[in-house]
Write a new protein. Structure first.
Length: 282
C-alpha cells in the first residue's frame, strides 16, 4: 500500500479546541471513550487529591493514590481506571509555551510519568490548580486574568522541573537530553540515525551520547530504538493498520526488516508482540 493511502491515526484532541488551557475535575465526563486506550495531542497533568485507581501510560502500570501527580505528553498511549480517585486534571496545548517563556515543551519530557510529592508541595500545586480553575469558570476573561492563569501554570511546571532535576549536577547535559527526548516522538517515523537528531539539535554525536549516558545510562541510538519500539507498540495497540502498513508507516525498507527489528529488540515476532500488548489492555 502506498504510504499516502494509509488511514489517519487521529489522536484525541483537547475537548475545547479554541482554548490553550483547561482545568477539569478528575471524574469529569470525557468527550471520548476513555475506557479504551487512547493518545492525546496535548499535555495532561493529573493531580490525585484522594482515593485510588489504576492507569497505564505507554505500557507502564501505575497505581493511583492520594497526593500523587502524573504527567502525560502528546502521543503517549493512556488508559485510566479512576475507581474512587478524586482530583484535578490540567490540559494544555504546546502552543501555550509561547506565553510562558522561557519554558519549553521539551522540559516536560520526564524519565518517569509519576511524581511522589511531599504534602506541602502537593498542596501548593493543587491550590494553584484550583486558582486556575476558578479563573477559567468566568465567561469572559480579561487579558490580565488569562496571563494570571498562565502564570500559575508556569509556576506548577517550574516546580515539577525543579523536582525532576533536583539531583542533576550537569544542567546543560539535562537540557540536551530533554531536547533529544522531545524530538524523538516527533521525528521517529522518518529519522532513525543519531546524526539526524544531532543536525536538528546542532550538536555533535559525542556530546549527545555523553549526555544520554550520564543522565539515562544509555546511548542515543539505544534511545532511538526504544522510541521506535514504543511507537510500534502504540500502533499495534490501536490495531488500525496491518503489520505491513505499520512497516510502511514507520518507513522500514521492507516488512522483513520491520519484523527483524522487532525480533532483535523484543525477542518476539510482530504478531506475538501485538497479542501480548492487546492482552495487557483488555
Amino acid at each position: 500500500m502506498n504510504q499516502k493511502e494509509l488511514p489517519l491515526l487521529n489522536p484525541v484532541s483537547l475537548p475545547h479546541p479554541g482554548k490553550l488551557l483547561i482545568i477539569e475535575p478528575l471524574d469529569y465526563p470525557n468527550p471520548y471513550d476513555f475506557h479504551r486506550a487512547h493518545r492525546h495531542d496535548y499535555f495532561e497533568i493529573i493531580l490525585v487529591k484522594s482515593g485510588n485507581g489504576f492507569q497505564l501510560i505507554d505500557f507502564s502500570p501505575y497505581n493511583i493514590k492520594e497526593g500523587q501527580l502524573f504527567t502525560i505528553y502528546p502521543g503517549q498511549v493512556h488508559l485510566m481506571e479512576r475507581k474512587t480517585a478524586q482530583g484535578m486534571i490540567i490540559q494544555f496545548k504546546k502552543d501555550i509555551f509561547e506565553f510562558i517563556h522561557p519554558l519549553k515543551h521539551s522540559h516536560l519530557y520526564f524519565s518517569e510519568a509519576s511524581f511522589d510529592l511531599d504534602d506541602e508541595t502537593f498542596t501548593h500545586l493543587y491550590d494553584m490548580t484550583e486558582s486556575i480553575w476558578d479563573l477559567l469558570q468566568k465567561e469572559e476573561l480579561s487579558a490580565l486574568s488569562i496571563h494570571k492563569a498562565y502564570s500559575y501554570l508556569q509556576i506548577i511546571l517550574i516546580t515539577l522541573i525543579e523536582k525532576h532535576c533536583n539531583n542533576t549536577v550537569d544542567i546543560q547535559g539535562h537540557q540536551v537530553v530533554t531536547q533529544f527526548l522531545s524530538l524523538l516522538p516527533q521525528n521517529i517515523k522518518t529519522k532513525k540515525k543519531v546524526s539526524e537528531y544531532c543536525d536538528l539539535m546542532n550538536c555533535s554525536s559525542d556530546k549527545l551520547n555523553l549526555a544520554c549516558k550520564n543522565r539515562l545510562g544509555k546511548t542515543a541510538l539505544k534511545l532511538i530504538h526504544e522510541e521506535l519500539i514504543l511507537e510500534i507498540r502504540r500502533l499495534l495497540l490501536l490495531n488500525q493498520l496491518s503489520l505491513k502498513e505499520i512497516a510502511y508507516e514507520l518507513n522500514f525498507d521492507s516488512p522483513a526488516n520491520f519484523s527483524g527489528f522487532i525480533k532483535a529488540n523484543t525477542g518476539l515476532t510482530p504478531t506475538e508482540l501485538q497479542l501480548s500488548i492487546l492482552k495487557i489492555y483488555n
